[in-house]
Design a protein around this ligand. Structure first.
Ligand code: AMP
Length: 249
């Protein structure tokens, strides 16, 4: 049972992103980058499945600039066995990512494909669904529990107002939600060991995928500044202000 986990290098979740002065994009120059938090959960889950004897190999894959190697090394330090880096400086849209992951999966033939439910930079929440569609595989999105059986995987999904349980035929695509697990803290010896684990390089050309963009990002803007709140003396004043000033009642 091989598990393929997709990990994206994104702006660290603690960083307050700034928009470029020309509003063309966010400014990621000199900003701390990390593994997308949902992908960290995906790696953790894959490693736990291996530790529990339910999976035999965990392969991590990242698509993007040279520095994705660091993200992959982090995943290797968490316990993944080997890494694949599809290096490109081009900006990748979810459809291009899904096509590239499909090409990698066709060679690797994993039984389980684990992705994050969304990348915290583009917030697209599209890649896992597109990958499942392109590969014509079952999908379980926003997963908070995974139980691997011989030829199927049981997933619990977080849905509005409750939970849904699905049995997916393997191979399957799963996207992780926050409550699936809490990723481990990486220790120094694991970082050292990770340096020796295999990291294979591939190119977009080798994979034969058209990654040309289909979207044009017109503008990126900061959220509107909120006006400062006010304190009211009593309920009557609140009702009066809501009626006469805010005009909402
Ligand atoms: P998105 O659809 O962009 O919100 O991303 C959902 C998930 O797709 C992420 O959590 C990753 O698991 C995967 N993914 C997206 N972009 C990449 C990338 N460049 N490299 C590897 N995995 C990616």
């Amino acid at each position: 049972m091989k598990i393929l986990v997709a990990v994206k290098r994104v702006v660290d979740y603690n960083v307050k992103v700034r928009v470029k002065p020309d509003e063309s994009d966010v400014d990621i120059g000199n900003v701390k980058m990390s593994m997308n938090p949902f992908d960290e959960i995906a790696v953790e889950e894959a490693v736990r499945l291996k530790e529990a004897g339910k999976a035999t190999e965990v392969v991590v894959v990242s698509l993007g600039v040279k520095q994705c190697e660091e993200t992959l090394r982090t995943a290797l330090a968490m316990g993944a066995d080997r890494a694949i880096h599809v290096e490109t400086d081009e900006k990748l849209e979810p459809l291009a990512v899904a096509k590239l992951l499909k090409a990698v999966a066709e060679t690797e033939q994993p039984q389980l494909l684990l992705l994050g439910k969304q990348a915290i930079d583009d917030d697209a929440n599209q890649t896992a669904q597109m990958l499942a569609a392109l590969m014509q595989l079952a999908q379980g999105t926003f997963t908070s529990k995974i139980e691997l059986k011989a030829d199927e995987v049981l997933v619990t999904r977080e849905i509005d107002g409750g939970q849904e349980q699905l049995a997916l035929k393997l191979p399957a695509v799963i996207s992780t939600d926050l409550r699936l697990n809490e990723p481990r803290y990486i220790k120094l010896p694991n970082i050292m060991q990770a340096k020796k684990k295999p990291l294979e390089k591939k190119t977009v050309a080798e994979l034969g995928v058209d990654i040309s963009p289909r979207l044009v990002q017109l503008k990126v803007t900061e959220p509107a500044e909120r006006a400062a709140g006010i304190r009211v003396g009593n309920v009557a004043e609140l009702a009066d202000r809501l009626h006469h000033e805010a005009k909402v009642i």
